[in-house]
Design a protein around this ligand. Structure first.
Ligand SMILES: Cc1cc2nc3c(=O)[nH]c(=O)nc-3n(C[C@H](O)[C@H](O)[C@H](O)COP(=O)(O)OP(=O)(O)OC[C@H]3O[C@@H](n4cnc5c(N)ncnc54)[C@H](O)[C@@H]3O)c2cc1C
Ligand code: SF4
Length: 555
């Protein structure tokens, strides 16, 4: 793997070294970087996080201080060095966006959210595209782009989920229980496809694109904390590995702070970190073409910061709008009186993070394995268990043991739905993102319906319904933030057109969750990748270079 030292391109008259600079390396950035590299473009990818890979999530760059892969019951997971917090010298895998009325979780690392996702690759329902989207993006229009994304993510049903053939010793008990409760309550149950290698051990990445050796999934259920087997078909070992093989340069540990537009070029200001979190360098680099793909929070924040500093003064007034939490509700179902014997018989963590869902049309509920953080938020932090939670937080072995036990028995429900996308992201007085959501997110009809249906499922399973602790305090958690820079037919209602081009800024593109103008009601990454495929295709027709004719209309 090539490591490219971060170098400033300080002189405005220096020849521009890269035809395109992509900021962020998740589903959107990885897709665009690959397609541009395939077309022979000189591409640079700037990514704030490190390279994470392989057994025990020991970073490839060999940081000796890296925290070992967290195990069930270990409490340091969310509060320890797994957090992305450079000002506290922490360059961990998870970013927690703390706002007064919302908590957002995202990943920091080469590969973006794919490093921690639950692997579910699912299309948005057809009716999602009927309102709120630019006229030329429909379910039918996106179909070929979903197929392109499928060629890299290679989603499969999970062997061992009811109805999916698999080895006898591989059961996904959560999904069996989910199917049973769907039948009992008269709801529609279905298996979901996940981007995971279920092949034999020591099989290289099956699609031939990846350059990393993958092992077969071992059903450990820790997908949302990374993958100790490399079995997940993540963006770093699929799209980006191929892009790098074709000459794209990826600079990890390089965080972009803001952009400035100057006579047809963009100056991109960044800081580069050492592995211990110290800032090694501040610099800037210029390009005629920039693709912002720093994720919903990252891209919206970068544009807000750039606008506030006067670098991009003409950005649409729609910046920050149509923010959605994709109806996210994370809850659980507990047995308060389960005996040790009963708990020992049930391992709800077995299998990849998600195996199936209950499809309720405008929303869906998925069965979820429960690594430490969900056990912490749902089981441990639930009232009546406060003592074990606090002890676990403090790293006390007895607290960790209690959490481990709880995690084995806890059923976790992941909710996704079509909320009304009424959020608006802004910068607060400290320059951080804040959210306005009239009435609060918990007042959204789909969020309310999700809580009701989850409670119904929990009771039908003979358990107590326990929303996660943040939701109780009207500060829900989102793992699927969308919007903030919505695509639209005009600058009055959107930041970009349907080709991802920022209105008013030739050569500036967005390609990630921030452009998705409505909740998609299902896990969003497959749709983000499909939309990014279309943006990359259109970009290749309109890319700015010295001889380029005026930018054609986006169709
Ligand atoms: C625990 C968890 C489980 C999930 N499970 C699923 C699932 O099963 N299915 C699904 O569809 N979705 C899932 N998601 C959501 C999914 O991860 C996101 O929707 C998806 O990753 C968004 O893609 P993106 O391209 O918009 O941004 P991201 O994938 O978030 O990529 C953005 C990248 O930009 C980098 N970046 C940010 N700011 C800067 C900056 N200033 N400078 C340089 N780099 C920057 C980030 O480090 C990151 O690598 C899950 C999310 C979480 C947190
Ligand atoms: S269950 Fe998830 S984390 Fe565990 S090996 Fe399989 S894909 Fe990786």
């Amino acid at each position: 793997m090539r490591e490219v030292p971060a170098m400033s391109d300080q002189h405005s008259d220096a020849p521009l070294r890269y035809e395109v600079v992509v900021i962020g390396s998740g589903f959107g950035g990885g897709t665009v970087a690959l397609r541009l590299a395939q077309a022979g473009k000189k591409v640079l990818v700037l990514e704030r996080g490190r390279r994470w890979r392989g057994k025990n999530l020991i970073p490839q760059d060999g940081d000796p201080a890296a925290t070992p892969f967290p195990q069930i019951g270990e409490s340091h997971f969310f509060w320890g060095s797994q957090i992305w917090h450079p000002s506290r010298q922490r360059l961990g895998l998870f970013e927690l966006r703390q706002m007064l009325n919302l908590q957002g979780v995202a990943a920091a690392g080469v590969g973006g959210g794919s490093l921690v996702w639950g692997n579910v690759a699912i299309e948005a329902p057809e009716n999602i595209f009927r309102a709120g989207w630019p006229g030329d993006i429909t379910y039918e229009v996106l179909q070929p782009y979903y197929r392109k994304a499928e060629g890299y993510l290679l989603p499969l049903f999970v062997p061992g989920v009811p109805g999916i053939p698999g080895e006898k010793n591989r059961r996904v008990i959560r999904s069996e229980m989910f199917k049973a409760v769907a039948e009992k309550t008269g709801k529609k149950w279905q298996p979901v496809r996940v981007a995971v290698n279920f092949g034999d051990e020591a099989v290289p990445h099956a699609n031939g694109h990846g350059h990393a050796r993958q092992l077969g999934c071992n059903y450990c259920g820790l997908c949302s904390a990374g993958c100790p087997q490399n079995a997940k078909n993540t963006v770093d070992i699929t799209y980006l590995a191929e892009a790098e093989a074709l000459g794209a340069e990826v600079r990890p540990l390089t965080e972009v702070t803001h952009l400035e537009s100057h006579n047809g070029t963009y100056r991109i200001h960044f800081r580069r970190y050492e592995l211990d979190g110290r800032v090694a360098e501040r610099g800037s680099i210029s390009s005629h073409n920039v693709v912002l793909a720093a994720g919903t929070f990252g891209t919206t924040e970068l544009l807000l910061q750039s606008k506030a500093r006067g670098g991009l003064p003409g950005i649409s007034k729609a910046l920050g709008t149509r923010f959605s939490v994709n109806g996210n509700v994370l809850s659980g179902a507990l047995r308060r009186d389960a005996t040790d014997d009963e708990i020992a018989k049930l391992d709800t963590n077995s299998g990849p993070a998600i195996g199936s869902m209950i499809n309720c049309g405008s929303f869906a509920i998925e069965d979820f394995a429960n690594p430490t953080w969900t056990a912490g938020m749902i089981g441990g932090s639930n009232f009546g268990r406060v003592w074990s939670f606090l002890r676990a937080l403090a790293g006390h072995p007895a607290g960790a043991e209690a959490m481990r036990k709880k995690a084995k028995d806890l059923l976790v429900y992941i909710g996704v739905g079509r909320d009304e996308s009424r959020g608006r992201l802004k910068l607060n007085a400290f320059g951080s993102l804040s959210l306005e959501w009239p009435g609060g997110i918990n007042s959204d009809p789909v969020v309310r319906e999700l809580h009701q249906t989850m409670a119904e499922l929990a009771h039908a399973q003979g358990r107590e319904y326990v929303p996660n602790v943040f939701s109780i305090f009207d500060r829900p958690l989102t793992y699927h933030p969308l919007g903030g820079c919505p695509m639209a037919d005009s600058q009055d209602s959107g930041v970009v057109d349907s080709c991802g081009r920022v209105f008013g800024y030739r050569g500036l593109y967005l390609a990630d969750g921030s452009v998705i103008p409505t909740a998609v009601g299902r896990n969003p990454s497959f749709t983000i990748a499909a939309v990014a495929e279309r943006i990359a295709e259109r970009m290749l027709q309109t890319i700015v270079n010295q001889e380029a004719p005026p930018t054609p209309v986006c169709k």
